[in-house]
Structures are given as C-alpha cells and as structure tokens.
Design a protein around this ligand. Structure first.
Ligand code: COA
Length: 329
C-alpha cells in the first residue's frame, strides 16, 4: 500500500509586496532582486490578529471542499512551520480547532524550508502502516513575522502563505521513495538566534534584533545548490529514473539560481520545472504544495514527480511520487 496525495489546496494573503515597494524601504533595486533571486513580488499577511494557523486553516478548508469530505473524517494533521502561532500549543491543534477536525490529533514539525517534505514523508508512514485513512499535511509560514524589513539581504526573499495536501491509501501510484537529511552544523549560517530556551526573549535580545532571520546568504546558497541538486540526482538514480521518465521537478522556491542548478544536475529541460517564485518569493514550508496547487490541472495520473528542498538547519531532501489522479475539468 502507498500513500497518495488525493487533493491539494492553498491560501495566499491578499496584500502584495512588490520589488518596487521594497525599493522604498531598503537600498535595493528591482533588477538586482530579479537577477539574483527571480522574485518579483510576495504576499504578506498584514491584518493584525491573524497568524500562520489562519492561513493554514483556510488552506485545509479549501482542501476538504475540493475533496468533498468533512473535517470530522481527518485522522491526523501535521503542520510544517517555523513560524508557529506560539511555542505551544502546536499550530496543528489550532488548525484542527479552526476547521472542526474534532476526531484528529496533530503536531508541528520543524524543518524550515524542507518542512513540507519531512511532513509528507512522515504522514505517508501513518497511511502505509494501515491504521490511518486521511492525513492532512500542511506547509504554512508567516515569514513576515520574523523578517527584518531593514535588512536588504533577507527581506527581499520571503513571503507568507499556506498550502495543504490530503494523503489517502492507494494500491497504485502515490509516494514511492524519500531521501531526507539534516546537518545541525548549518545552524551557524541560518537561524533565529533568540526566542528559544537558549536565549529567551529579553529587552537586550529585542534591541539586538535577535528574533529575526539571521542568514549568511552566500554560504547558504552554496550548501543549497549542492544539497538540493545532489539529493534530487540521487533519488533519480536510486529509482532508475532517466530524465525522460520524470514529468515534473517540484523544487522548493528559495532562489531561481538554486532551482536552475538542480534542474541541470537532473538533466531536465526547463519546461519540466514548476516555478512560481516570481509571484510568491520564498514561503518556506508552503512553496512545494503551492506549486502542486498551481500546476494541479496539468498533472496526470501516473506522472513521476520529484519534490526537492533545502532549508535552514540545515535540512534537505527529495521525495519521489507518482501522481494519483487526473483533475476533472
Ligand atoms: N539589493 C542590492 N544589493 C544587495 C542586496 C539587495 N537586496 N542584498 C545584497 N546586496 C549586495 C551585497 O551587499 C553585495 O555587495 P558587495 O559585493 O558590494 O559586498 C552584493 O549584493 C552581492 O551579495 P551576495 O550576498 O554575495 O549576493 P548573492 O549573489 O549571494 O545573493 C542571496 C544573495 C541572499 C540572494 C543568495 O545568497 C541566496 O539566495 N542565498 C540563499 C538564501 C536562501 O535560499 N535561504 C533560505 C533557505 S534555503
């Protein structure tokens, strides 16, 4: 038995932050942002009082509507996020409550930009074990809550969004293989320095801006190019997939140049790569399911998809799946 994605949905906040808007905030320009990252605009959740769980709940409601099932049928909700509404309770609990998933349990999973893949691989185990029939995997991040909008090296990159998939048992197709990695030494290059048990919030940590994303961009870039390209190639090799066998690469959307490097290493043509970074920027755990949502109408039953990501931690990995359904017109 395999676990298959049987529905996808997403939620994007209405407010659009363009490169032109950023030019008014920091010393940058549209040409630099486009050529170095591929990003043109991103969505920001501006309304006070709304958080990651609100975007996640909207995505899950849409998911249930598309699949035509009730929230009470959900067995488990796994939420990949680094911007939980609060340290506890888990964002999964809040989403379950907001959508009325009263028969579900759930938990959050922290793997930054690889979070969705880690959660997908984890959710698949519950289905493959035979006891779970409907597992919802959410990737959701309100990155604007941890971005310093006076730091031009990070504020241009990130956006807010949520997206979700439903996993159900299937005899054919579904998730075939995954290859996931962590390397904690990467914490030096990409992290949120304060707010956890190591450096609890104090006036000093706030004054030092230690609650926002710290990133050594160029070293993360190098690690991401190698990590994402290598693991994507390795999962193809392990499953005897030639470039012609792969219908789509679904890459984490961090930087167009990282995506290009992965595509080249896999030997794929540009037309087989899902790219929407120009519209949403890096939405961390939401990028991959958002791509699936945007490309859903083009996906055909039996298509071989390689999902690949690299993120803070470091975390990286790839998932190989066979798409399980044709979208009805
Ligand atoms: N606008 C204009 N110039 C900028 C800028 C901006 N927003 N940000 C940085 N610069 C400048 C730098 O100050 C530097 O100037 P200098 O040469 O005078 O010192 C120059 O542009 C090049 O900076 P550098 O950091 O080397 O650029 P880069 O090509 O590595 O691109 C990133 C920077 C952040 C886009 C890139 O490193 C990256 O994408 N890293 C990975 C980030 C990521 O994906 N993180 C999420 C987890 S995967």
């Amino acid at each position: 038995m395999h676990a298959a994605i049987t529905a996808v949905a997403g939620h994007l906040p209405d407010h659009i932050l363009t490169n032109a808007d950023l030019v008014k905030m920091v010393d940058t320009n549209d040409e630099w942002i486009r050529s170095r990252t591929g990003i043109e605009e991103r969505r920001i959740l501006k309304e006070p009082g709304l958080a990651t769980s609100d975007m996640g709940a909207e995505a899950v409601k849409e998911l249930l509507k598309k699949r035509g099932i009730d929230a009470t049928e959900i067995d488990l909700i796994i939420v990949a996020t680094v911007t939980a509404d609060m340290h506890f309770p888990a964002t999964a609990n809040l989403i379950a409550h907001k959508v009325g998933a009263v028969n579900s349990w759930g938990y959050d999973l922290s793997a930054a930009c690889s979070g969705f893949l880690f959660a997908l691989a984890t959710g698949a185990q519950f289905i493959e074990g035979g006891r779970y029939k409907k597992v919802v995997v959410v990737g959701a991040d309100k990155m604007s809550s941890i971005v310093d909008y006076s730091d031009r090296t990070t504020c241009i990159l990130f956006g807010d969004a949520a997206a979700a998939v439903l996993l159900e048992p299937t005899e054919e197709n579904g998730i075939i293989d995954h290859k996931l990695h962590v390397d904690g030494s990467g914490a030096q290059q990409l992290r949120q320095k304060a707010g956890g048990s190591l450096h609890p919030p104090t006036h000093a940590t706030v004054d030092a801006k230690d609650h926002v994303i710290y990133q050594d961009g160029p070293s993360v870039f190098k690690a991401a190019v190698k990590g994402m390209a290598d693991v994507s190639y390795e999962i193809m090799e392990r499953n005897q997939l030639e470039p012609d066998d792969v219908a789509w690469l679904v890459p984490h959307q961090a930087n167009l140049r990282i995506i290009d490097a992965t595509q080249r290493r896999m030997g794929l043509p540009h037309e087989k790569v899902m790219i929407n970074i120009q519209k949403y920027g890096n939405t961390t755990a939401a990028t991959i399911p958002l791509c699936l949502r945007d490309w859903e109408s083009k996906l055909k039953k039996g298509d071989n998809l390689i999902l690949a990501a690299f993120g803070g931690g470091f975390t990286w990995g790839a998932v190989y799946l066979k798409w399980a359904y044709d979208t009805k017109a």
